[in-house]
Write a protein that binds this ligand. Structure first.
Ligand SMILES: Cc1ncc(COP(=O)(O)O)c(C=O)c1O
Length: 433
């Protein structure tokens, strides 16, 4: 079991928060190294205890920071990438024996060629990608193993934007035609299935159903086509701790139990797995559930507006929507360091000049003073990767090793390091613009 949600970052008290703010400035993202590693170990133990050929390939896009990803590779995590950019970073920082799982809707010819030569696991998104891999394989005189990203027609809440629609009874002709098309190719080998059903999923029954559908579909591939899979990739999707805004919930959730999740998804697959001559790899691609709880954002009150004297306050913070980029969807939990009990309804406003820059649904909290610090937490997934420069630059990220040791893993963006504002073209000078 993980820790109680109220305890995340509880070791960062007023004094330590002040020291961090002094050393690194605000706003600044904080990744809690020990919390992140603990969640990785919990997930890894839960899946490998149930099935030893399980592997965790961390979702790069969820927290695309070299320092964080290298830390996870150092303890055994593999890489799940969805673009050539992510692939290049994985090649640079992972350990040589660790495999890259290459997903995503756009893979260029040169990226695919590299992935084939690297023996990466490639999950195909659409027909033209299969054709392209076949051409490359032919040129290379190779048989290339491919996985198919699929979603099940009968799983109504599943994402359907990616991959191939199938049904678990393998009853429609389009799916059959797709399988036959791969089967007859001398250069392709159908080796894997990949599904990713959504994100922030708290009810593990959804994963149990996914396990059943995959098991049924894969068993039919074996019975009808004599295909034995080398890998089954069940994607990510497990929830974190932060409530969605539409849940109207003031307290964070506990992290979903890794063992319940592993049970839900692996148990229905075991019958199929045990029927094979060689045990397949079972791949997990956690993103949100791995990173979310261990990410914080330290911010400072830079101004106040007393909306109704003594009854409510509006605080202007130095971190805004460009930093906490998914605050339009989630009410991230907040730790404050005030020692007064003067609770008032509070609006938390960002510093950008944008009406939407409100970091939280109005919330009851102690009245604060200028320069007081606040720590948002539960922001380790997607926020850092999605943060953008709009009116203000992206904040930096530090890794907190526990106690008082922290260091930069991404420096704050500056005018010279930012590419968003572009340049004035030379022709303007010639034209006297
Ligand atoms: C293919 C794939 N795997 C893994 C993930 C990570 O998902 P999550 O952060 O919900 O765990 C995603 C996210 O969209 C994805 O598209």
């Amino acid at each position: 079991m993980g820790q109680h949600p109220a305890n995340y970052f509880s070791e960062i008290d007023n004094t330590l928060a002040g020291q961090l703010a002094e050393k690194f400035g605000t706003p600044v993202f904080i990744m809690d190294k020990r919390g992140l590693l603990q969640r990785y170990y919990d997930l890894h133990a839960a899946v490998t205890q149930r099935y030893k050929h399980s592997m965790i390939a961390v979702s790069y896009k969820t927290n695309f920071l070299k320092g964080i990803l290298a830390l996870l590779h150092g303890v055994g995590a593999h890489a799940e990438v969805v673009s050539g950019v992510e692939y290049a970073v994985a090649k640079e920082i992972r350990l040589p024996h660790q495999r890259i799982v290459f997903n995503g809707p756009m893979k260029t010819r040169s990226e695919l060629l590299m992935a084939i030569n690297d023996n990466a696991l490639i999950n195909c998104d659409h027909e033209d990608e299969i054709d392209l891999i076949e051409q490359i394989a032919k040129d290379q005189r190779k048989v290339v193993p491919i996985g198919l990203r699929i979603y099940f027609r009968e799983a109504q809440s599943s994402w359907s934007r990616f991959g191939f629609q199938v049904d678990s009874a393998l009853s429609d002709t389009a799916t059959e035609a797709l399988i036959r098309r791969i089967r007859v190719s001398p250069n392709l080998h159908l080796a894997g299935l990949h599904a990713h059903i959504g994100t922030n999923i708290r009810d593990v029954q959804h994963f149990s159903r996914l396990g059943k559908y995959l098991s049924s579909f894969a068993s039919l591939l074996k019975a009808r086509f004599n295909i034995e899979l080398d890998w089954i990739d069940v994607g990510g999707g497990l929830a974190g701790i932060s409530p969605r805004k539409d849940e109207n919930r003031e307290v964070p959730y506990e992290l979903p139990d890794a063992h319940e999740y592993a049970d839900a998804i692996i148990t229905p697959l075991l019958g199929y797995i045990n029927s094979l001559t060689k045990p397949p790899l079972l791949i997990f691609e956690p993103g949100r559930t791995l990173f979310e709880a261990s990410g914080g954002l330290l911010t400072r009150v830079i101004g106040r507006r007393s909306v109704t004297a003594g009854k409510s306050q509006a605080l202007i913070l130095d971190a805004g929507m460009n930093a906490l980029s998914t605050c339009y969807l989630y009410d991230f939990p907040i730790r404050n360091f005030a020692d007064n009990s003067d609770y008032v309804l509070t609006r938390l406003l960002g510093p950008t000049c944008n009406q939407a820059d409100q970091l939280h649904t109005p919330i009851v909290m102690p009245s604060l003073n200028i320069d007081d610090l606040l720590l948002f937490y539960g922001v380790g997934s997607y926020c850092m990767a999605f943060s953008y420069s709009f009116i203000r630059f992206r904040p930096g990220v530090i890794i907190w090793h526990g106690d008082t040791f922290s260091e930069w893993i991404r420096h704050p963006e500056t005018l010279s390091s930012n590419a968003m504002i572009g340049h004035v073209p030379e022709s303007f000078a010639r034209m006297n613009v």
